[in-house]
Design a protein around this ligand. Structure first.
Ligand code: AMP
Length: 249
């Protein structure tokens, strides 16, 4: 079995994101960037499946600027076998990413595509679903547990009401939740070894894909500042304020 894992480079989740003064976006210069957190879970799950003997090869793929290669190298350092970097300049939207990934899937013919449930920069939660639609493959989104069977997967999904277990035939797309596993750290020797693993370099412009952005970003603003809270002396005062001032009860 071959697993393709899509990893995206985003602003590190610990960074306090700042809006540019001219409102054209957020500051990314000299800001720590990392792999989108659920994409680390996707890589970890693929590595675990390979370690269990059920997969032979893991290919990590990213679509992004030159430095996006770092996310592929990180995936290689924790167990992926080879990488693909599709270069694009500037912002690329989920529809274009999924069309590029469709081309990669058609070429690589994986049995599974693992992705994150959502990218923490655009918060879109679209790319996996769009790829599923383009390929006409079954999809299991928000996976918090995956069991590999003969020609299918049993996937437990995080949904509003709790957990849902579904079975999907392979080939399939799975988008991974943070609860799926605990991603391992890359050891220094493995980081060094990863530098020698093969990385295919492609340019999105040469792939015959419509890369046009559909969304026009008008302005980026800080959220309104929240007013400071107050301390009440008693439960009675709290109830009175909720009733008479906030008028919520
Ligand atoms: P999104 O639909 O933007 O929330 O992204 C969902 C998932 O799609 C991410 O967690 C990644 O696994 C994958 N993905 C999105 N954009 C990219 C990209 N530029 N390169 C590689 N994978 C991506």
């Amino acid at each position: 079995m071959k697993i393709l894992v899509a990893v995206k480079r985003v602003i590190d989740y610990n960074v306090q994101v700042r809006v540019k003064e001219d409102g054209t976006g957020v500051v990314t210069d000299n800001v720590k960037m990392s792999t989108n957190p659920p994409d680390d879970n996707a890589v970890e799950e693929a590595v675990k499946i390979k370690e269990s003997g059920k997969a032979k090869e893991i290919v990590a793929v990213t679509v992004g600027e030159e430095k996006a290669q770092e996310t592929v190298r990180k995936a290689l350092a924790v167990g992926a076998d080879r990488g693909i970097h599709i270069k694009v300049d500037g912002i690329i939207e989920p529809l274009a990413v999924s069309k590029i990934l469709q081309k990669i899937v058609e070429k690589e013919k994986p049995d599974l595509v693992f992705m994150g449930k959502q990218a923490i920069d655009d918060d879109c939660n679209q790319t996996g679903q769009m790829l599923g639609a383009l390929l006409n493959w079954p999809q299991a989104t928000f996976a918090s547990k995956i069991e590999v069977k003969e020609n299918s997967l049993e996937v437990t999904r995080e949904i509003d009401e709790g957990l849902e277990t579904i079975e999907v035939n392979t080939p399939a797309i799975v988008t991974c939740d943070l609860r799926l596993n605990e991603p391992r750290f890359a050891s220094l020797p493995n980081i060094m070894k990863a530098k020698k693993k093969p990385m295919e370099l492609l340019n999105a412009k040469d792939m015959g894909v419509d890369l046009k952005n559909r969304i026009e970003q008008l302005k980026v603003e800080e959220p309104p500042k929240r007013k400071a809270g107050i301390k009440v002396a008693s439960v009675a005062e709290l109830v009175s304020k909720l009733k008479n001032e906030a008028k919520v009860i």
